[in-house]
Design a protein around this ligand. Structure first.
Ligand code: KG4
Ligand code: ZN
Length: 327
């Protein structure tokens, strides 16, 4: 079964063809990173206009790279939330037009569910095995989710304020390191030592997260001119966030007696997070390769495959849901 995935929820226009939810035939991403970098964040109106320019060329490239014609496809999967309404609309309307023109079934995919399914695209002997706990860490979310089977999610915990990626982005701005925050903090941290004491919000007895305290502490230090080395501050910030994510993910996995920990979302690209989770978890940990952690459409196609298999198709009335929930 070959599925074309389309993703346009934020600032990447992406299309990819995936076979049987596991084999990537093509995976194209047109990034708007440079366009938004000068504003220090994603400008929604600019993003949706850019998606309109990119979506058809990116789909054409993905189809060509997969060597696929429309007849070779079995369905279209498209992100319909959560995300920016104007951005989501471009992907969803394009997907609907293709589904109608070529008489293909359509399914709307939750972007976070897509991130989780990036783990099904990994060529490794270690395959996802239910029940599992998934740590979803992106620019907009920090969730701990219990997954007992395909499409079966129970939200165990979430952030009460900033998402992990959002915290990285804000910390980078405070330290004057640029955008996007995750990669630049990680790079600065490589030459620093985590010597600056920063508060950890453990929120004991819950699986929730809070990252605004760490960010505010960093801001106070910066305002007081107390940051001698941005590299040390970056390393300290990264260590504090990673420490909380790793500890709480392992605790949740123990509490629910699961088989594995899955990690997903843009922050899963963080080298320190990957290293510490793999070292400290008593359970197998699955993390997609870097390219599949950040936004892409192969993960949307993979998720779409499992949705089609479960009979979850959508009609041409499929709409965007900017605040779509996973569970
Ligand atoms: O999943 P994603 O590409 O988009 C959303 O769905 O939000 O995640 C983007 C987030 C950004 O906040 C970015 O700073 C963060 O992922 N990120 C990282 C790294 N690479 C991207 N955070 C920490 N370390 C990284 N290496
Ligand atoms: Zn994402």
């Amino acid at each position: 079964m070959r599925i074309l995935g389309i993703e346009s929820s934020c600032d990447e226009t992406a299309a990819g063809v995936v076979e049987d939810g596991a084999r990537i035939l093509s995976d194209r991403v047109a990034s708007q990173l440079e366009i938004h970098a000068r504003y220090g964040g994603v400008v929604p109106e600019v993003a949706s206009r850019q998606h309109i320019l990119s979506v058809i060329p990116v789909i054409k490239q993905a189809m060509a790279e997969a060597g696929a014609t429309w007849r070779d496809l079995d369905g279209i999967a498209v992100t319909n939330g959560p995300g920016l309404a104007g951005s989501l609309l471009v992907g969803v309307n394009t997907a609907k037009a293709i589904a109608l023109a070529h008489n293909l079934p359509l399914t709307g995919v939750n972007h976070l569910e897509g991130h989780i399914y990036a783990n099904w695209l990994v060529e490794s002997s270690l395959k996802p095995n239910f029940p599992l706990v998934c740590l979803i860490v992106s620019g907009g979310h920090s969730d701990l989710v219990l997954m007992k089977g395909h499409g079966d999610y129970t939200l165990l915990g979430r952030t009460r304020d900033d998402a992990a990626g959002e915290a990285f982005d804000k910390a980078a701005r405070i330290l004057g390191l640029g955008y996007p925050g995750g990669p630049v903090i990680q790079q600065a941290a490589e030459t620093g030592t985590p010597s600056v004491p920063l508060p950890h919000a453990w929120l004991k007895g819950t699986n929730d997260f809070s990252f605004s305290g760490i960010k505010t502490a960093l801001l106070r230090l910066a305002e007081g001119g107390k940051i001698a080395s941005p590299a040390d501050a970056a390393a300290s910030f990264q260590e504090a966030v990673v420490e909380v994510l790793v500890t709480k993910a392992i605790a949740a996995a123990r509490e629910y007696g699961v088989e594995q920990i899955l990690v997903a979302g843009g922050v899963a690209a963080n080298r320190r997070l990957r290293q510490r989770l793999l070292e400290e978890s008593p359970l197998p940990v699955l993390i997609p390769p870097l390219r599949l952690c950040t936004d892409n459409a192969a993960m949307i196609a993979a998720c779409g495959y499992f949705r089609f298999r479960a009979g979850k198709t959508d009609g041409l009335d499929l709409d965007v849901v900017p605040a779509l929930k996973l569970a």
